[in-house]
Design a protein around this ligand. Structure first.
Ligand SMILES: NC(=O)c1ccc[n+]([C@@H]2O[C@H](COP(=O)([O-])OP(=O)(O)OC[C@H]3O[C@@H](n4cnc5c(N)ncnc54)[C@H](O)[C@@H]3O)[C@@H](O)[C@H]2O)c1
Ligand SMILES: O=C(O)C[C@H](O)C(=O)O
Length: 204
């Protein structure tokens, strides 16, 4: 096994044909060949030191979101005071030794986080506190999505898909798209399924 492991990593075309007949090698080969055959995509998650990202990052990195054969370069963006926490998150991801996870970058610079990215998951924003409504978040969060829209416009791929989680998600998505005019508007989505589910639950 050790010998084939080394060979596969040295030679992306995989082990010799006879080795493919060996069940445990075939499983290993399936995994490795699928991984080496695709280019990694660049996925940026903002608010990467926060609560939602703590679950989301692991799902992205282990293939639940983009597929079990899709390697990922993970770009984690948060604000400067959170860089210590973010380094901890990075170490935890590395500890998981996930085969699909390639590069992991922790940054507080949107132009680094969004550089050439294929997918941007915009989670980073102030959450509601007790007694607040979502509209109370506008003052703080609008600024974030303006800056991030500008950075996406400047450095992300023009094909980037942007999903906005930070609330109010629909307004923030609209602002982000406005400040990223070189990216098609249809590439921006607000994740409002939570509200849809709540509405359905209320009327059912
Ligand atoms: N769309 C939905 O279904 C849905 C569901 C739940 C929560 N939310 C929203 O998601 C957002 C995040 O929630 P959370 O519980 O993870 O909050 P959190 O406070 O735990 O994490 C937010 C993170 O964003 C970071 N952040 C703040 N400004 C930033 C900036 N300019 N750039 C990058 N990162 C920045 C913070 O430092 C923090 O680490 C909130 O706005 C919340 O209301 C949306
Ligand atoms: O709005 C929030 O505070 C977060 C989330 O979208 C919710 O409605 O619970």
């Amino acid at each position: 096994m050790g010998q084939y492991t080394k060979d596969i990593y040295r030679d992306p075309s995989g082990p010799p044909a006879e080795a493919r007949e060996t069940p445990y090698i075939r499983n290993f080969e399936d995994t490795v060949n699928l991984i080496v055959s695709k280019e990694p995509i660049r996925v940026c998650v903002t608010g990467a030191a926060g609560q939602i990202a703590y679950s989301l990052l692991y799902s992205v990195a282990k293939g639940d979101v983009f597929g079990k054969d899709q390697p990922v370069n993970l770009l984690m963006l948060d604000i400067a005071p959170m860089m210590g926490v973010l380094e901890g998150v990075k170490m935890e991801l590395q500890d998981c030794a996930l085969s699909l996870l390639r590069e992991v970058v922790a940054t507080d610079d949107p132009e680094v986080g969004f550089k050439d990215c294929d997918v941007a998951m915009l989670v980073g924003a102030m959450p509601r506190r007790e007694g607040m409504e979502r509209k109370d978040l506008l003052a703080a969060n609008v600024k974030i999505f303006k800056v991030q829209g500008q950075a996406l416009d400047k450095v992300a791929k023009k094909t980037v898909k942007v999903v906005v989680v930070g609330n109010p998600a629909n307004t923030n998505a609209c602002i982000c798209a406005k400040y990223a005019p070189s990216i098609p508007r249809e590439n921006f989505s607000a994740l409002t399924r939570l509200d849809q589910n709540r509405a359905q639950a209320m009327v059912s």
